[in-house]
Design a protein around this ligand. Structure first.
Ligand code: WTA
Length: 657
């Protein structure tokens, strides 16, 4: 092993080299790629509406063609006005009626090792039946349906069935607590909940139905509940007579055919809650025509999807990545989408590589956190498997550091596979900044350039474009088809959150710089959003949860940089009189947060302090706490009421480190 000095020196040389590295598309990849040259960008720059319209026409099935491509009353967008289509029809029926009838649509691997394959014909049958189940339970066009499930094939079936009858779904990540589920059901005003008895996670059972029951006690809008049997009796699901129904029993009685409804292009497709800068999660609303076009075309071009590919996105469908790039994008293309139920280290740390080998995966889309975790586990795990089927690799969710990029390139792609680092958000619906793998030369750590038709800019505080390499705020300067339309039930907040800081432009909440080649380097959130292992959480939501604990008077939560997870949560907590700091209380608070929000929100460390640094307007200066937690020189402290408070926290923090 190298000693510390050597490591440091190699690191410095590495860093220099990293700056220089460029990876043009391998010629053999370019030759077979769906996009081989700059034509799409040129077309889109000539007339971006004509560009999107051309592909909407060529790629999607419409019951009725639109009259107008775009109506843009900033910040309100309508795409393909007057057009009628159905997302489920596009994702299922048109393939079930073609030669793809017998092609695998969903290839599913259960955590315990069971597996299932659903062809497009199978999916067509299941989706129609389940759409009839929904109708028989009183669900009508426009009614919201909440879904709280694990990664089972019935989850996309349920989503597609909702889309088929025009009932917007709201999928709630199965790792969320019952309180989080309750808030989301209430906000959406859902009429029906679909869940399952339990889900597998690292060999143990997450009792989803029991958690759902707790939430439902405070959700009067929910009339009926459908429960899928995944685990069996050991999950301990109790059925409420007249309210709860087993999935299999309903399906056995369901009529086999249900036509896909012709829906307006702007008909709501789904609501997906994401963390914002306040305690209350926001319901991002996506609609039909524009969203489908956005995810269809990005899936096809960014992942270079071919009919013979096995494509695997490792995300959970509870997040937007799963919505867009496990379900809607790939299926609209008639692709084979692989789905895995469980944890990457179950039963061993090579589960992902085992799946790649077993199915001979061609395109793999995963997160930087997973790549860094795999690096930590060691190269022996991927080395045990034949990964030669892979031809393209992707990442999403957080910035990828050049070291992790290189490791992915070498140990997974064996130097052969282009890497697409894709930047986007729940709000954007579709990938926005990304290489197209047959055309764009990549630089490790950069998401490269905007997708054709998309326009992005890095601006300073005043909204002026930054010179090359200067850090600033990432904004989007032109409407795009898959953009969110509003916040569910809160249009004012939609305007306020995204369109007020730089009027006429969409503010992403991310910091970035653009280099001399016009490549974007995303540096991470600049607002009160933490990104832990690619999961978005709100500082303020965690703070409010801590303050709801009887022992806590005040709390400040920050994301400090973490070598594996990107960011980890540090909480600075002021206790109420009569409570004393202890290890036990620290553990209790960590579990409290995990239980109230989700295990992903559990603070990595809790630091007890007598006071918090505040400005004269009583705003907690999280930025300064982050400086302390990351061992930096303190930033500007002149606005603090009492700078001594900060000095004291710093002293104590350094003592305990
Ligand atoms: C971050 C996930 C750097 C970013 C699709 C964004 C990224 C937030 C990248 C959205 C990337 C996503 N490089 N940062 N390639 N992709 N992010 O809504 O901070 O869960 O604002 O959507 O993740 O997270 P969300």
């Amino acid at each position: 092993m190298a000693n510390g000095d050597n490591v440091a020196r190699t690191g410095a040389i590495e860093a220099l080299l990293v700056e220089q590295r460029r990876f043009p598309p391998p010629p053999e990849f370019r030759e077979q790629a769906r996009v081989k040259d700059r034509t799409p960008w040129e077309e889109a720059e000539r007339d971006f509406q004509a560009f999107w319209a051309k592909h909407a026409e060529a790629e999607l099935h419409w019951f009725r063609k639109w009259d107008q491509v775009l109506e843009w009353n900033a910040p309100w967008a309508k795409w393909f006005i007057g057009g009628q289509l159905n997302v489920c029809y596009n994702c299922v029926d048109r393939h079930a009626q073609s030669w793809r009838r017998t092609k695998a649509a969903i290839v599913w691997e259960g955590e315990p090792g069971d597996s299932r394959v659903l062809t497009y014909q199978d999916l067509h049958r299941e989706v129609q039946r389940f759409a009839n189940v929904l109708k028989s339970l009183g669900v009508q066009r426009g009614d919201r349906v909440s879904i709280y499930m694990g990664m089972v094939p019935e989850l996309p079936i349920a989503m597609l069935a909702c889309a088929r009858i025009g009932a917007p779904h709201s999928v709630v990540f199965g790792g969320f607590s019952s309180d989080a589920l309750r808030d989301r059901i209430q906000d959406a005003g859902a009429k029906l909940l679909i869940t399952q008895d339990g889900a597998w996670r690292r060999g143990s059972i997450v009792p989803l139905k029991q958690l759902a029951d707790r939430a439902l006690a405070e959700c009067p809008t929910v009339e009926k509940v459908v429960v899928l049997r995944r685990i069996g009796a050991t999950a301990g699901a109790q059925m409420v007579e007249g309210r709860d129904f087993w999935w299999d029993e309903l399906m056995a009685d369901a009529a086999p055919t249900c036509p896909a409804e012709a829906l307006d292009s702007e008909h709501p497709l789904y609501i997906l809650y994401t963390s914002g800068t306040t305690g209350k999660p926001k319901g991002i609303l996506h609609t039909t025509g524009g969203y489908l076009l956005g995810v269809h075309l990005t899936s096809k071009w960014v992942f270079d999807l071919k009919d013979e590919d096995y494509y695997w996105c490792t995300a959970d469908i509870g997040w937007v990545t799963g919505h867009s790039y496990i379900v809607y994008g790939p299926l609209s293309n008639g692709a084979t989408s692989v789905m895995y139920e469980g944890a990457p280290d179950w039963p061993e740390k090579d589960r992902y590589w085992q799946i790649v080998e077993k199915y001979r995966i061609n395109v793999l889309y995963t997160s930087p956190t997973f790549i860094r975790t795999a690096m930590k586990w060691g190269t022996e795990w991927p080395a045990k498997h034949d990964l030669s089927s892979l031809r393209l690799l992707g990442t999403v969710g957080e910035p990828i550091n050049p070291e992790a990029w290189m490791w992915y390139h070498e140990h997974i792609g064996h130097g052969r596979c282009p890497i697409v680092d894709t930047w986007w958000q729940t709000e954007t619906g579709m990938i926005m900044i990304t290489p197209l793998p047959g055309v764009v030369t990549t630089k490790p750590g950069s998401a490269t350039i905007p997708f054709p038709g998309v326009q992005a800019e890095v601006v300073d505080e005043e909204g002026n474009p930054c010179p090359p390499n200067a850090g600033g705020f990432l904004v989007l300067t032109r409407p795009w088809p898959a953009m969110l339309r509003t916040f569910w039930g809160d249009p004012d907040r939609y305007v306020q959150t995204y369109w007020s800081r730089f009027p006429g432009r969409y503010f992403t909440g991310d910091g970035a710089r653009k280099d001399e080649d016009g490549y974007f380097w995303i540096t991470g959130r600049v607002d009160d959003v933490v990104n832990v292992a690619g999961h978005r959480l709100s500082n303020i939501e965690i703070e409010s949860t801590l303050v709801a604990h009887p022992a806590v008077a005040e709390a400040a939560v920050i994301g400090r940089s973490d070598p594996v997870k990107g960011q980890a949560i540090s909480a600075f907590v002021v206790l109420k009189a009569g409570f004393r700091p202890s290890e036990q209380l620290r553990d209790e608070l960590r579990e409290w947060v995990a239980d109230k929000i989700s295990p992903i929100a559990r603070p990595s460390d809790i630091f007890f302090t007598a006071d918090l640094p505040k400005t004269r307007s009583a705003k907690i200066m999280r930025r300064l706490l982050r400086d302390i937690a990351e061992g930096r020189v303190l930033g500007d402290t002149t606005t603090l009421t009492d700078p001594a408070v900060l000095e004291e926290i710093k002293r104590q923090y350094e003592e305990t480190e």
